[in-house]
Design a protein around this ligand. Structure first.
Ligand SMILES: C[S@@+](CC[C@H](N)C(=O)[O-])C[C@H]1O[C@@H](n2cnc3c(N)ncnc32)[C@H](O)[C@@H]1O
Length: 195
């Protein structure tokens, strides 16, 4: 996949320095991933697919001032969204030392003023309301709703990156409005009282 061509074709609005940041991020990820097991995505092709998957929601998300990404791992989707949304304060919560250190290194090296890395489990964070909460490949929807309780109010939106299992997950007692945005490889589950 040629990431730039695909994103330009999809008319996804991105800041001027987005691809510069992506280039540096990928270089760091390749180096760190050789030593530490940061992500299963090893080839450039797979990493480009992960980046596309992370950033695609910019095409349908409302403007948000603050974002919490639960379990960012090596950067998906929170770090990629932070490159795409430089005016959004992005908090990345990740308990594993190596992954949190990598995120902190990327923040420092790329000079990302809008990123904060919290090396904790989300349950250990002080309560605070965010406009948007994201999460990919961490746990099921019911548990994510439980884990995010202290970090949202009636105005907040949640965006969970899901596969086809999403249909089973939303059949259980979820008492919040939702929409599913489907692409070829992804079911984006958007939730919120005000949808
Ligand atoms: C399978 S990885 C997915 C990482 C990344 N979101 C991605 O899609 O590539 C799950 C991540 O969630 C983190 N995690 C697990 N439980 C968590 C919790 N309670 N709070 C915050 N992060 C958690 C793990 O440390 C791990 O890095």
């Amino acid at each position: 996949m040629d990431l730039k061509t695909t994103l330009t074709h999809d008319k996804i609005e991105l800041p001027n320095n987005f691809f510069q940041n992506i280039q540096k991020y990928k270089e760091h990820l390749f180096k760190w991933n050789k030593i530490h097991n940061l992500t299963g995505a090893k080839s450039e092709q797979t990493i480009n697919e992960f980046i596309y998957d992370a950033v695609f929601p910019v095409s349908f998300l409302p403007k948000v001032d603050s974002l919490l990404d639960i379990g960012t791992g090596a950067g998906f989707p929170g770090m990629i969204l932070a490159f795409a949304l430089p005016h959004t304060e992005v908090t990345l919560v990740e308990p594993l030392t190596k992954r949190a250190s990598f995120l902190q290194f990327v923040k420092a090296d790329l000079g990302l003023d809008n990123v904060q890395v919290v090396k904790k489990r989300v349950e250990e964070m002080q309560p605070k309301v965010f406009d948007l909460i994201t999460s990919r490949a961490v746990t099921d929807t019911k548990m994510l709703l439980r884990l995010s309780k202290n970090f949202r109010d009636a105005h907040s939106k949640l965006l969970f990156y899901k596969g086809e299992k999403v249909f089973d997950e939303i059949e259980t007692d979820i008492d919040i409005k939702h929409k599913i945005i489907e692409t070829k490889n992804r079911h984006y589950l958007l939730l919120g009282e005000e949808l």
